[in-house]
Structure formats: C-alpha cells, structure tokens
Design a protein around this ligand. Sequence first.
Ligand code: PPE
Length: 309
Amino acid sequence: MPMNKSEFIWFDGEFVPWDEAKVHVLSHALHYGSSVFEGIRCYATESGPAVFCLPQHIRRMYNSCKIYRIDVPYTPDQISQAILDTIRKNGLRSCYIRPLIFRGYEQLGVEPRTCPVNVVIAVWEWGAYLGPEALERGVDVGVSSWRRMAPDTTPAMAKVGGHYTNSQLIRMEAAEHGYAEGIALDIAGYVSEGSGENIFVVLDGVLYTPPVSASVLPGITRNCVITLARDLGYEVRQQLIPRELLYVADELFFTGTAAEVTPIRSVDHIVIGPGRRGPITTKLQNEFFKIVSGKVQDRYRWLTPVQPD
Ligand code: PPE
C-alpha cells in the first residue's frame, strides 16, 4: 500500500521532517528484529479527531517491552502525550499511528542490552487495510502452510518487529495464491490468526475466537468486539477452533486496528455461508463504526480526543 507522507515524525522527543527521520544501518533492530511497535487508529469524529483505545495500546506496547527486557526511556504518559502531539502537529483529522521502540546503534551482537533504545511515532492517512471493498463485500482467504510460533519460541503476546517475518511469509504465500490474506494455524493445528488480524467464527448465533494460548496477538479490536458482541446479547467463547470449523461457519470475520472488522467470504475457495457479509458481522461492524465515528455515545470510553492547540 503506498504511503501518504505526513509532515513530521516524532523522534526521541523532537519533531523531525518525514524524509529526515533516519537511523544508522548498523542499528540493532535492523539486524535482529529487536523493535516493539503498535498500530493505532485516530478517527474523525464530529467533535474532532479521537484516538481509539490509546491506553490499551500503550499498555500492550510496554508489556511487549517488558517481555523483551527493553527499558523505555519515556513513561507511558509521555508516549501517550507525544502521540496526541504528533497528530496535532501534522494537522490530521484521521490517521494510522505507528509508535516504534527499537534497539538502536552502538554495537552489534545478539545480546541487545548494550544498545540505546530509540522511540519514534509516525502518523499518516491509511484507508481500508484489505482493499476498499473488503469491509462491505468480504475477502477471500486461504489457510497458510506457515504456522504461528510455538509457545516456547517467540512470545506471541508481544508485538515485536522480528515476529513479523512469520507474518510476511503468510502474507506473501496468500498473495501468490490470489488470496487477500492467509490464516495461520498454531503448532497443534488449531486456528490461530491472520498475518495481521485476529479471527472470529459465527456458528448458530454463537461467536468463537481462538484463545491467547493459540499463539494469537491479544488484539485490542478483538477485545472490543468481544465486549460489543456480549452487550448485544451474543455468547462469545474463546476456545480452540479446528480448521474445518472455518468451512462450516455461518460467518467469519477478521478484527484488527488496520483491518477493523472485515468479513471473510471464502476460505480455501470454500464459500462461507451465503458468501457475503453476514448479519452478525454487519451488526458488529455498524456498532464499531458508530462508536469510532462518535455517532453514538462512547459508552466504553474507548476514544481519547485530540484537543486542538
Ligand atoms: N494479530 C496480529 C498478528 C496483528 O499484527 C494484529 C494487528 C492483530 C492480530 C490485531 O490486533 P489489534 O490491532 O490490537 O486489534 N496488526 C497491526 C499491524 C498491521 C500491519 O500490517 O502493520 C494493525 O492492525 O495495526
């Protein structure tokens, strides 16, 4: 997807012009994937731009750092504030937000703790992740031959740059097969997640999603959708999902910051339900978009307004 450059990137406490936000080629993260990141969205509401689930993303980012023993040279509040400042500075009404904490340049070698920790925050306009028609018409996907990580290899709960080499393999294979996305199984063969999305199954009015123990990223959109579904009166179960349950589902959808709530209309060329966005997916999508656009009350306090200067 082409990038819509914005003007400034926050880099270790300073605003730097987009094209000048550079690092040394011997930065640790470039060689060993030692970076932690988040993907956050800021939505245009009637009362101005508002960041979706900012505290939840900040908490996950610091948890990722804790797992990888990264000492962040800023407090969570400082990073939250810097995110709001970066949106304001760039004058954006809605955007995707990418904070990145990485092991920088000092020396190489796998032991990372001798390197400095750098922090950047970039914001830019980013549309529908899986294509402009995906949210309405759904996407065609396939089960990947690549598995998600085994529990004692790389920690799935951490959102770390290096883990995305696995996501890249899933995504490239899916593209080679003509799919919009791939679904990876976990090491035991149960459904895990997409390369950058969590997955939900709807069967007989009940929602199912893989548990955190199936090597999924504990998605923030996943949590929000579980909350929304339960409040709409649906039962939601976090349980192991065999691959074939995908094929016989009434509805399937992905959740993620970038993907939002995206229906899946086929898996491995098997049509899911009637092959279009299903009624429960539609309800959840509508509810989600009404909240993030500020059209209904923010009853869960999911939005942090970006106050004007
Ligand atoms: N699983 C993975 C592997 C993942 O990368 C994401 C987010 C999710 C699940 C959903 O999590 P959440 O955003 O908290 O609901 N993927 C981010 C990066 C996508 C990218 O291409 O880069 C995102 O959606 O921002």
